[in-house]
Design a protein around this ligand. Structure first.
Ligand SMILES: Nc1ncnc2c1ncn2[C@@H]1O[C@H](COP(=O)(O)OP(=O)(O)OP(=O)(O)O)[C@@H](O)[C@H]1O
Ligand SMILES: [Mg+2]
Length: 512
């Protein structure tokens, strides 16, 4: 039998309430709040409660829900899902009889909700046929299949050099204000533009509501809001809601994954999530470890990201792709939370402050970014031109670093540097302008094949746009075919000839 609470420490009313409970023999299914504050309630009794079980706390004006997080021998630490103002010591607590769950289904599409699935967009109440568990075991190895279908971001540098596949977990990492969110948003927009049918789920963790409102407006204007769910929490929401947001959103994503569909989930960002968890844990008096995070902070994110998967054919072949975002301090990817998340994802897109400030945007680092599983998922067309891109870029970076020390360069080196400058220029891409497969292929080839060698660096973007316009106007059918991405671009092939001919002709108009 658990040791009883030291009854002398408690107030008279509370003592009486506990005595009554002990006499009644209801300690299994009934509890009493002993203290409350900062969104956390401690409950004596309720011995049959399990982790994540929903508790009902009686207050003057109805019940407040909470979920059990700390199961100690004689006490439960519970996180309140509503305001703690009405909850007082001595309040009666019972079990709701369910594990925490949220509404899931098609009905959620187009909506902005809180982590409990309640609308935040002023729209009607959401009625779904199904609910999904906020905490759920990840699917085992046998239920999975290797990642093999592309999840096109529309961002040339990513699709060509660090391709992402459906079911993959690719981290977006970088300092503040380096374009991390922009990558995620463009990827969502691309799902609409390319009509991929992929469902977007965007999780805002502790973000200003004005920012979320702007995002919703943008997604509506782009026509992708009706295939999107936004799970939002603001900076003034209790830590418990910030903590729940990614799990609740994942449950919403799993619905699509488990129903043979494809969904993309963006966690923006997991740094704030870890901080919310730390706050909750300290309030629950868990022993702090490194950087004051509780010891299980690794498990916090690993059990979350494990739920993203490409399912086996037997399970319907659906997928959930995750793009978690992590904010670094001064580019330090070896800090505690960044290394944790790097180790549980299948690669990372690293954003560099220096590149961003030089105007090279998206500021994706070619050296520190990697995608470990997406290669198989890359379309043949992009793959066949993308190889030259990565090579050209890495040779350029190497050469450029020592070329600045001397002016005597041989012709070949000079040419490689010139080519590298053009590639760098080509990879600059404005926000909200994801590119389709044929546009990516044609642009990359124009530079890597040398067709644009005589176009001045400053005019590369202009020449690219002119070339794409011309290709679409004169060869729409071929471009549509190229856009399926199914065919490799062989140098001798008809489409390669067509691309090169057009690129060379357009380049003539831009030469000095
Ligand atoms: N490709 C781009 N071209 C031009 N501007 C961009 C591009 N990507 C991002 N920006 C601009 O840079 C700024 C920062 O972008 P964003 O908010 O995506 O960065 P972040 O890393 O998510 O920032 P935070 O750390 O504040 O969340 C924004 O004003 C955005 O409009
Ligand atoms: Mg951001």
């Amino acid at each position: 039998m658990a040791e009883l609470l030291k009854v002398t420490e408690l107030g008279k009313d509370l003592r009486e309430a506990i005595n009554k409970l002990e006499v009644s023999g209801d300690l299994e299914s009934v509890g009493i709040v002993t203290r409350v504050g900062d969104g956390v309630a401690w409950v004596y009794g309720l011995r049959s409660a399990g982790a994540s079980e929903v508790l009902l706390i009686e207050t003057k004006s109805g019940t407040v829900e909470a979920f059990a997080l700390n199961l100690n021998e004689d006490e439960i630490g519970a996180v309140l899902l509503g305001s703690d103002e009405e909850v007082v010591a001595g309040a009666k607590v019972t079990l709701k009889g369910t594990i925490l769950d949220v509404p899931v289904g098609e009905e959620m599409l187009g909506r902005v909700v809180d982590p409990l699935g309640k609308p935040l967009d002023g729209g009607p109440a959401i009625k779904t046929k199904q609910r999904g568990l906020v905490e759920r075991e990840a699917i085992g190895v046998l239920g999975r299949k290797h990642v093999h279908e592309p999840m096109m971001t529309g961002i040339v540098s990513i699709d060509a050099m660090f391709p992402i596949g459906r079911g993959q977990r690719e981290l977006i990492i970088g300092d503040r204000q380096t374009g991390k969110t922009a990558i995620a948003i463009d990827t969502m927009i691309n799902q609409g533009r390319q009509k991929t049918g992929v469902i977007n789920i965007y999780v805002a963790i502790g973000q200003k509501l004005s920012k979320i409102a702007r995002l919703v407006d943008r997604l509506k204007a782009e026509g992708v809001m009706d295939q999107t769910i936004i799970v939002a929490t603001g900076p003034s929401d209790p830590a418990s809601l910030l903590y729940l947001a990614p799990y609740a959103a994942t449950a919403m994503g799993e619905y699509f994954r488990d129903n043979k569909k494809h969904a993309l989930i963006i966690y923006d960002d997991l740094t704030k999530h870890a901080v919310a968890y730390r706050q909750m844990s300290l309030l629950l008096r868990r022993p702090p470890g490194r950087e004051a995070f509780p010891g299980d902070v690794f498990y916090l994110h690993s059990r979350l990201l494990e739920r993203s998967a490409k399912l086996s054919d037997k399970l319907g072949g659906g997928s959930l792709t995750a793009l978690p975002i992590i904010e670094t301090q001064a580019g330090d990817i070896s800090a505690y939370i960044p290394t944790n998340v790097i180790s549980i994802t299948d690669g990372q897109i690293f954003m560099e402050t220096d590149l961003f400030n030089q105007g090279i945007r998206p500021a994706i680092s070619a050296g520190l970014s990697v995608s470990r599983v997406g290669g198989d998922a890359q379309t043949k067309a992009v793959k066949s031109v993308g190889g030259g891109l990565k090579l050209g870029l890495s040779q350029f970076r190497e050469l450029a670093s020592f070329a600045q020390f001397g002016s005597d360069l041989d012709e070949e080196t000079k040419q490689q540097i010139e080519r590298g400058q053009r590639l760098t220029e080509l990879l600059k891409q404005h926000q909200y302008s994801p590119m389709s497969i044929w546009e990516q292929v044609a642009s990359i080839r124009a530079v890597t094949s040398g067709s644009f060698d005589k176009v001045p660096v400053a005019k590369i973007q202009e020449a690219k746009t002119a070339m794409l316009t011309r290709l679409w106007k004169d060869h729409k059918k071929e471009m549509q075919e190229l856009n399926t991405g199914a065919e490799k671009i062989e140098d001798e092939s008809k489409v390669a000839g067509l691309l090169d001919k057009t690129a060379v002709a357009v380049a003539k108009g831009f030469e000095d």
